[in-house]
Design a protein around this ligand. Structure first.
Ligand code: DOR
Length: 438
């Protein structure tokens, strides 16, 4: 990571550290990139009143598009977007072009990811070219530094699932699974339900996610492979996770900020959050390709159930699924628009909007964005004296307008453009270095 080494004293901030159970007003001193008890002479003083200081955020699911689609994002621009969003680690998915599906490709990606404004961890593909026909060499990719494997964009194919779980278990790896059965999606482009019927768009049933979740939980149970279910979008999937955990299955899971906050009425032109009062959608905003994402935006009831599962700790992590796409791939008719939206710079704000609405406690949001995802990939995070400074300081009350011209990401595909959101990151320190400040 690049940036000046931090020598700072942040005074009077709200320090929230899930690692030590801290939630108190206090000072944080950093000397030569380490958290210390007393600030060094000459340390820069930052008035932290009104700021919240927490461990740096860790995103288990981001798309950096390099190699192959660096018009949409580069490692460098993605890292800048991450640092602006308070992230100090992002895990890059392997659905690049070519896919990151070998030890050599992992090594190249690890080297390319060093030296940006954020720590980049690499996820290797589970199958060669992510095609679901031939196993990638998982053990070799792990040895080359992959923190997990995934065929994200697709689930591990049925034909390969058993062997994949066995090899993941043998290599002591983590499988990050995009749960989707394409035979049940069958051309669906938005969540099946009344809104899809009204708009005349083909529906994507929750069963397409749930059947893969159930399959994977069964395989994780028998193989003892570590399974992480990413971007869950259905209340029924959360129930399945709860049931499997009760049976002793080691499974973790995440949800995206957009699945928590935006329901399928956004496709009809609504711009209210899932917890807001019912408001008539704006027909002029209907069929906006920027609302197309896989899995699709959920029903309002499912979005609220996902949020409740973050609040009660069932969902381990909020992961962005930051999916940059160029404008022309989003300005298409809804059913032809590329699925995915950017999320690194808006994740904290969407979480804080849920906190403001009384749906989520701030410490639970912080844990789901920092210590809990970091622990899943074996990274420590703490504000305790002696720890490497890896922190974010943000103003939860400040507001900003999402504006394509000021985003650090090379893409601006989000339906949040033009909206005013709470939460401005003032300072990000990753691995002892200042990676962002505003
Ligand atoms: O909407 C999505 N976009 N879902 C995925 O799983 C992949 C992602 C992408 O790579 O654009």
């Amino acid at each position: 990571m690049t940036g000046p080494t931090a020598n700072l004293l942040i005074t009077g901030a709200r320090l929230i550290d899930p690692a030590t159970g801290t939630d108190a007003i206090g000072d944080l001193a950093i000397s030569d990139g380490l958290v210390v008890a007393d600030a060094p002479a000459g340390a820069e003083r930052i008035d932290g009143r009104g700021l919240v200081v927490t461990p740096g955020f860790c995103d288990l699911h981001a798309h950096l598009r390099q190699p192959g689609r660096d018009g949409a994002e580069t490692i460098e621009s993605g890292c800048r977007a991450a640092a602006r969003g308070g992230f100090t680690t992002i895990c890059a998915m392997p659905n690049t072009d070519p896919a990151i599906d070998s030890a050599e490709a992992v090594s190249r990606a690890v080297a390319a990811g060093a030296g940006g404004a954020c720590r980049v961890r690499i996820i290797g593909a589970a199958s060669v070219r992510r095609a679901g026909r031939e196993m990638a060499d998982l053990a070799a990719m792990a040895a080359a530094g992959a923190v997990a494997v995934s065929d994200d964009g697709c689930a591990v194919s049925g034909a390969m699932a058993r062997e994949t779980f066995e090899r993941v278990a043998a290599a002591g790896l983590l499988l990050i699974e995009h749960a989707e059965d394409p035979s049940l999606v069958a051309g669906g482009v938005m969540r099946a339900g009344p809104t899809a019927v009204r708009l005349g768009l083909p529906g994507w049933p929750p069963a397409a996610e749930l059947t893969t979740v159930e399959r994977d939980l069964a395989l994780a149970g028998t193989t003892r492979a570590r399974l992480h279910l990413t971007h869950l979008s259905c209340a029924a999937s959360i129930e399945a996770v709860r049931g499997a955990r009760a049976r002793g299955v080691a499974v973790t899971c995440d949800v995206t900020p957009h699945h928590l906050s935006m329901a399928d009425d956004w496709v009809a032109g609504s711009r209210r959050f899932a917890w807001d009062e019912e408001r008539a959608p704006d027909p002029a905003l209907a069929f906006d390709g920027r609302c197309r994402v896989n899995p699709p935006l959920a029903s309002r009831a499912d979005a609220l159930a996902l949020l409740a599962a973050v609040a009660d700790g069932t969902i381990d992590s909020i992961a962005t699924d930051h999916a940059p796409h160029p404008v022309e791939r989003k300005l298409a008719p809804f059913a032809s628009a590329a699925p995915g939206l950017i999320g690194l710079e808006t994740a904290l704000s969407l979480g804080l909007a849920a906190v403001e609405a009384g749906r989520l406690a701030l410490p639970a949001l912080v844990a789901a964005m920092s210590t809990r995802p970091a622990a899943i990939i074996g990274e420590a995070r703490s504000l305790a004296v002696g720890a490497t400074a890896d922190i974010v300081a943000f103003d939860p009350a400040a507001r900003w307008r999402v504006d394509a011209t000021t985003l650090e990401s090379a893409s601006s595909n989000t339906p949040l453009l033009g909206m005013e959101l709470p939460g401005v990151v003032r300072l990000t320190v990753g691995d002892g270095r200042i990676t962002y400040r505003s």
